[in-house]
Ligand binder design. Structure first.
Ligand SMILES: Nc1nc2c(ncn2[C@@H]2O[C@H](COP(=O)(O)OP(=O)(O)OP(=O)(O)O)[C@@H](O)[C@H]2O)c(=O)[nH]1
Ligand SMILES: [Zn+2]
Length: 308
């Protein structure tokens, strides 16, 4: 049988079976190695697996094959001696919840998230929340920002999670996909999840009761099941996305609007800061490349220089 891992305790996995639609508790057969990947966990939520239900196993499954991953996000350990671990695999999109007031999310944070998503090859979208708190000027401003991000490949939705206003537009992004939901503390992520996942507590309780069977186990990771096949992964912020140490020379390649210009710079190793004949600087000067995006690039480049 085949299925998707929706919860992991490190030794047990909860798998949603594709053929039956049922939940299965599974173990991993024998030793598994992640080829060329130094991580502590062989399997993560979102992984596709093949498993058997042997007789005399009291309904517990045995995973014997892991499907190739389309992508995955890892979290580095705080202790250097420990391996990183895979937070989740096979993400279809990353949604970043942001706010323009109460609190205002900075461009720096947004662009860092988008660069990280590019590095992971995960399409990213922005959810502007708390629209009920925006006055006319802020709404104008929001349209400008949304336009700027849309023009470089990041669509967005404006909503108010608390009142439910336009949450339907967010819900429409989800069916059949695995979505990562991120955002600074206080932007309304929990409120949004509660609006998106009806009976959230019931569903979570059901899966816990099923997987823990009265034992005290720590959950390493869990996907919220909006419905079978539609999943949300809740993470507190960019640290979870573990902004991979993007080498300075590659950084501009993770800004889609800069990518197309890179081979037009006079110097092949142009850093696009004050080099003569730089196509990126020219685009900024001519208003073809948004200043806030360029400023984020320069600031990330400086951070990268300071690290080395
Ligand atoms: N006015 C307004 N307030 C909202 C909206 N959505 C959430 N809030 C409020 O914003 C505050 C933070 O919301 P949470 O859902 O707890 O935010 P969070 O992002 O999950 O924060 P953490 O739990 O710290 O990660 C709460 O007081 C919510 O009531 C909204 O659409 N409009
Ligand atoms: Zn350049």
């Amino acid at each position: 049988m085949t299925g998707t891992i929706i919860k992991s305790t490190g030794s047990w996995y909860v798998v949603r079976g594709h053929e039956t639609g049922e939940l299965y508790r599974c173990r991993l057969r024998g030793k598994f190695k992640n080829k060329g990947l130094k991580v502590s966990n062989p399997l993560a939520v979102g992984d596709g697996v093949e498993f058997d239900l042997p007789e005399q196993s009291e309904g517990a499954g045995v995973i014997h094959t892991i499907a190739a991953r389309r992508n995955y996000i890892i979290r580095r350990s705080v202790h250097k001696s420990e391996h990183a671990h895979i937070v989740a695999a096979n993400l279809d999109q990353a949604l970043l919840v942001v706010t323009l007031v109460s609190p205002a999310t900075s461009f720096g944070f947004i662009d860092r998230f988008l660069v990280t998503a590019e590095a992971y090859h995960i399409p990213a979208l922005l959810i502007f929340n708390k629209s009920d708190l925006y006055d006319e000027d802020t709404l104008d401003y929001q349209r400008q920002i949304a336009g700027m991000y849309a023009s470089v490949g990041y669509p967005s939705v404006l909503c108010a999670a608390e009142s439910g206003d336009n949450v339907a537009a967010v819900a429409a992004l989800l069916p059949g996909k695995t979505s990562l939901l991120s955002g600074h503390s206080g932007v309304g992520k929990s409120t949004l999840i509660n609006a998106l996942v009806p009976d959230l507590d019931l569903k979570t309780a059901e899966i816990s009761a099923f997987s823990d069977k009265g034992k005290h186990t720590t959950t390493f990771a869990e996907m919220l099941e909006v419905e079978p096949g539609t999943y949300l992964i809740d993470t507190p912020g960019i640290k979870e996305l573990g902004l991979v140490d993007v080498p300075a020379a590659e950084l501009a390649g993770y800004f889609p609007e800069m990518r197309a210009l890179l081979n037009q710079c006079r110097y092949h190793n142009c850093r696009h800061v004050h080099e003569p004949g730089c196509a990126v600087i020219e685009a900024v000067d001519q208003g073809r490349l948004a200043v806030p995006r360029y400023e984020s690039y320069v600031s990330m480049l400086a951070d990268e220089d300071n690290r080395h």
